[in-house]
Ligand binder design. Structure first.
Ligand code: HEC
Ligand code: HEC
Length: 188
């Protein structure tokens, strides 16, 4: 019995070590695979153009969902669909592990717009996190390029990007609200 307990705890320890090294290897493998992404999304996923969303510090579950959505065509974008088509589920996991573990840098924003957006943002924090850091399927908004955020809000409104929760949220917002909210989150 004592021997059994020993071998049981040994296998638990080995199991844990294995799990740790696997997830470390994922981000490492993801770093190499990310060479195909950094030309647009920037070194470490901190792109410096609003054309390309920042991926650094983005929630891993969200990154996975979006890559699968581009792959299936649920989210449409010519560039990303061409890229996601060639990714396996393993690649997607590795890339999500890599980008989510990178340190996000704030995009910055117009201070006056950001100040006007702050009180309006309270209606977003329940899902997107108190600091806009996101959680699980809810994306990080903090530090993202304001112009990218505005473009996505417009896509939800015109229905070219589909999400039940977000379509409900944007229906009552104006273009000015988008700019202010995007500036607030981008400034974090
Ligand atoms: C040629 C430029 C280009 C390359 C290369 C590229 N992307 Fe993208 N990516 C984009 C654009 C543009 C968007 C925004 C699409 C939109 O407006 O809906 C995007 C969006 C994304 C998103 C969604 C981000 C969000 O906040 O919703 C993810 C995740 C993503 N890309 C991951 C990757 C990964 C991983 C790679 C490498 C395997 C990659 N991209 C390579 C241009 C690129
Ligand atoms: C009920 C939960 C909920 C609330 C409240 C909410 N969101 Fe979202 N939001 C989501 C979900 C879920 C997604 C991811 C949609 C998808 O998978 O495409 C999302 C995605 C987004 C995106 C796209 C981010 C990216 O990287 O492409 C933006 C921008 C956004 N939300 C802004 C806001 C703003 C601004 C508010 C407040 C006015 C808000 N959201 C309130 C659930 C919510």
């Amino acid at each position: 019995m004592k021997l059994l307990m020993h071998s049981l705890s040994l296998s638990l320890v080995v199991g844990c070590l294995f799990a740790t090294s696997v997830s470390a290897a994922d981000a490492k493998a993801g770093e190499q695979k990310a060479e195909a992404c950094v030309g647009c999304h920037g070194q470490n996923g901190n792109s410096n153009s609003p054309q390309w969303p920042k991926l650094a510090g983005q929630q891993p579950t969200y990154i996975e969902t979006q890559l699968k959505a581009f792959k299936s065509g649920h989210r449409s974008n010519t560039m990303m669909q061409a890229i996601a088509t060639n990714l396996t589920d393993g690649d997607i996991d590795d890339l999500a592990a890599y980008f989510s573990s990178q340190k996000p840098a704030s995009a910055g924003a117009d201070a006056i717009l950001a100040k006007a957006g702050q009180p309006k943002a309270s209606m977003c924090l329940g899902c997107h996190g108190i600091q806009g850091e996101g959680k699980g399927q809810f994306p990080r908004l903090a530090g993202q390029h304001p112009n990218y955020l505005v473009s996505q809000l417009a896509n939800f409104k015109n229905g070219s990007r589909k999400s039940g929760p977000m379509q409900g949220v944007v229906s009552s917002l104006s273009d000015q609200d988008y700019k202010e909210l995007a500036a607030y989150f981008g400034s974090l």
